[in-house]
Ligand binder design. Sequence first.
Ligand code: AMP
Ligand code: ZN
Ligand code: FE
Ligand code: FE
Length: 278
Amino acid sequence: MSKIIDLHTHTTASDGSMSPGELVRYAKSRGLAAVAVTDHDTVDGLEEALSEGEKAGIEVIPGVEISVDFEPEMHMLGYFLCKTFAKIAGVLNELRKNREERNPRIVKKLNEMGFNLTMDEVKKEAKGKVVGRPHIARVMVEKGYVNSIEEAFEKYLADGRPAYFKKGKLTPEQGIQEILKAEGIPVLAHPKYLYMDMASLDVLLKDLKAKGLKGIEAYYVDNTPEETEEFLRLADKHGLIVTGGSDFHGSYKSRIEIGVGYGNLKVPYELLDNLRCI
Ligand code: AMP
Ligand code: ZN
Ligand code: FE
Ligand code: FE
């Protein structure tokens, strides 16, 4: 049987429900040979994850997922960040400050819409320094305003919904460059969620590659098989390496299982070897 890996997961350092240690032990228990921890805008969980990986006997790849400025949304993954992570910590701090401005605006808007919740409650829900919409959504579920985190997004929090506010971000080029400065490998996350036709994505990839992009997350939990094929073809065309993952968030995305996603995700182990060789 071939080895299972997952190159896209979140912990309590951002908006996952498992602590870094728990996540790594869980990955091991589910039979994964390697797991990358890619929290949003923070490297806080990486030391714990790496040391737990050594104890548990599973390879842990230190990573990050940075939101960059693009309509509607673009996320940049960074893999194999340099040991101390100090080179990227400064810019991530700035990004978290943007969240600190945005989250109270979302809560205020929800208050105006008649929902009774506070930033203190939201911060209590978040276990780490990165506070985001999933934490707000969970508070709304707990208060009975919605039945699920998904419903909170669909009705109020998603782009285009009434309590949505943009957050300050780096440009895609800056995101790529910050990852490169930290000796990481920049990879375009979930291209499906750029909502572009393949011809436009083709043009975008050429541009991002010129700006230092090294890879594309061609295998992703929500892809159709046809989308994955298209992304693999574009990766090949542009000389980009390929990664893949489930975007596991534990109970914040309860239908997604680590490694296998909804059950049929399969990320080939060779991708990790390719990533190592870059
Ligand atoms: P934020 O970082 O505050 O902008 O929140 C973005 C995060 O919210 C994403 O990384 C996902 O984890 C989560 N998210 C986005 N859309 C949805 C959705 N429709 N349902 C559940 N979670 C979502
Ligand atoms: Zn997330
Ligand atoms: Fe993402
Ligand atoms: Fe993610």
